[in-house]
Design a protein around this ligand. Structure first.
Ligand SMILES: Nc1nc2c(ncn2[C@@H]2O[C@H](COP(=O)(O)OP(=O)(O)OP(=O)(O)O)[C@@H](O)[C@H]2O)c(=O)[nH]1
Ligand SMILES: [Mg+2]
Length: 150
């Protein structure tokens, strides 16, 4: 079966960085400037002889601007059209309302999703792991996709 995987999350958590790593490309532009990805990026990844489509999406933000709303809706379309979703979070920050709203809508999709905590290389006092467990998410992966130079 042909699978499609969408990477979603709020702005700046590292979605495009993950996409580039998985597709072994530099197709998606990565920047510390939040809200950089405006539209979906498509690529392919292979697991043995299985090939899968992977989609990098724009950040789902809580913002009244029409552009941001549009970016978020494009991300949700990608999620709805995929068989598997990677829900990427910034593991160096606390779980915030934007993350929680994404989680609520994600659960309503009734699809398989993998929760990944990124940026765990950053020194922080984040309580995100505990907060995720409280929200019923005790099965998450941790990642370091790039180490920021200071
Ligand atoms: N310290 C650290 N920085 C990271 C990590 N992963 C990504 N970054 C940095 O986080 C910033 C945002 O990364 P992007 O991949 O552009 O994030 P995004 O989620 O695609 O952002 P938008 O497209 O704006 O929603 C960049 O400066 C990355 O280098 C990580 O594991 N650790
Ligand atoms: Mg991006």
């Amino acid at each position: 079966m042909f699978t499609s995987i969408a990477i979603i999350g709020r702005p700046n958590v590292g979605k495009s960085t993950l996409f580039n790593k998985l597709t072994k490309s530099r197709q998606a532009i990565v920047s510390d400037f939040s809200g950089l990805t405006k539209d979906r990026n498509y690529g392919y990844i292979s697991f043995g002889d299985q090939k899968s489509l992977i989609i990098d999406t724009g950040g789902i933000a809580q913002d009244d601007s029409i552009l941001k709303e549009d970016i978020a809706e494009q991300a949700w379309i990608a999620a709805e059209e995929s068989n598997l979703i990677i829900f990427l979070l910034d593991g160096s920050q606390n779980l915030n309302k934007e993350d929680l709203d994404i989680l609520t809508r994600l659960r309503k999709l009734n699809k398989n999703f993998i929760t990944v905590l990124n940026k765990i290389d950053k020194k922080s006092e984040s309580l995100i792991k505990e907060d995720l467990v409280k929200k019923g998410l005790d099965n998450f992966l941790k990642s370091v996709l790039s180490i920021q130079k200071i």
